[in-house]
Design a protein. Structure first.
Length: 205
């Protein structure tokens, strides 16, 4: 049986759990942006607020690292995890912002599959964050995130194939490709966070 020699600094785990909640909210707002009849200006405003809240939590984590003599796990890992979580939120915010700025009038139905993957990844990540405290039962988390990322990749390739099939105007292809790549970036960022969590768990086991 392994022993943990580092003190348990609960505020770090609280802040990471807070970031998980931000991601769930952001994913839900993103899904709203793709729904028919949504008030896109309002949705984009709420996403900006959610992204700002996530930024504040990220900064709180960094300040805590810089002011704490002994951290619950390696400082570099804390920085990487906080940065990775923030990157996810940034990518979701980017997707929402592009839909608004580009005035995209028609979103392919296939995009909903990517958003569903993002929502599921957000839920799993939010549930995993409190478990960092014990480092227990995290294997299923990163295994499922990896599976979802593979699903997202397949969906991404199908969407690109559809975009370049000739049924879309050239300008629409450019706009939609940017949105799709932002969604794919968010899914990839979830996998990066899961990989970071796995590395932390291995070090701390």
């Amino acid at each position: 049986m392994g022993f943990r020699f580092r003190p348990v600094e609960s505020s770090f785990y609280d802040l990471f759990s807070e970031m998980g909640s931000h991601l769930v909210s952001g994913a839900d707002i993103l899904a709203e942006m793709l729904s028919d009849g949504s008030d896109r200006e309002d949705v984009a405003r709420r996403m900006r607020e959610a992204e700002h809240g996530a930024d504040e939590t990220t900064h709180a984590i960094i300040r805590r690292v810089n002011s704490t003599f002994i951290t619950p796990f390696d400082r570099e890992d804390i920085y990487d995890l906080a940065s990775g979580l923030d990157d996810i939120m940034d990518m979701m915010d980017e997707a929402v912002d592009l839909i608004l700025l580009y005035e995209v009038t028609h979103l392919p139905s296939e995009l909903s599959k990517q958003v569903e993957v993002i929502q599921r990844c957000a839920e799993l990540t939010a549930k995993a964050m409190p478990r960092l405290k014990s480092m227990a039962d995290l294997d299923d988390y990163w295994i499922e995130i990896n599976r979802l990322e593979n699903t997202g990749d397949k969906s991404y390739r199908r969407i690109l194939a559809s975009l370049f099939s000739g049924q879309y105007e050239a300008l629409d292809v450019l706009k939609l490709k940017d949105v799709v790549e932002s969604l794919e970036g968010a899914i990839d960022a979830f996998e990066k966070v899961a990989n970071t969590v796995e590395q932390i768990a291995v070090k701390e086991s």
